[in-house]
Design a protein. Structure first.
Length: 162
């Protein structure tokens, strides 16, 4: 699969919302609710798109994946020095493209971009009770850093050293 990853532009907030809402609906159907629907609406995503934190993965000009790459994460990683990592959030792949290496390609892009920025780590978190997702990250090469309670969520925090 020839995946092209690019920074989202102002016109992409609707398709980003669609991809995230599709992923959220699939997770809900699997008994693993993830995001609240209102936080995935285009108007809630538009400012992050304008800030340049969302990227889209395209195959033959069709958006098949989305990801948010932040340079700070005070909610999930407040206890570590600022400026040493980039943080992956909201990585989602359209169901029709699942299992084709798209998430791996998106993570490779995040690693390359983080390296370009001169940061030492790519970090991410996920719900601690999701062993299949954790296995995906560990299979890529992320190392478990720690667990952290964030509100009602216990999250497993991972980092990928560069």
């Amino acid at each position: 699969m020839n995946l092209v990853v690019r920074t989202a532009n102002g016109d992409d907030h609707h398709v980003i919302s669609q991809v995230l809402r599709e992923a959220a609906a699939w997770l809900e159907a699997q008994g693993m609710p993830m995001w609240r629907d209102n936080e995935l609406l285009p108007e809630h995503i538009a400012s992050d798109v304008a800030d340049g934190t969302f990227v889209v993965g395209e195959c033959a000009s069709e958006t098949v994946a989305v990801m948010k790459l932040q340079l700070e994460d005070p909610l999930f990683w407040p206890d570590l020095p600022a400026g040493e990592a980039a943080f992956v959030h909201r990585l989602a792949v359209r169901r029709a493209f699942a299992g084709r290496g798209v998430s791996t390609a998106m993570l490779r892009w995040a690693v390359a971009r983080t390296r370009q920025l001169g940061r030492r780590y790519v970090r991410l978190d996920c719900e601690a009770a999701r062993p299949r997702l954790r296995a995906v990250y560990e299979g890529f090469g992320f190392r478990h850093h720690s667990d952290r309670q964030v509100g009602p969520y216990l999250v497993a925090r991972y980092e990928y050293p560069l």
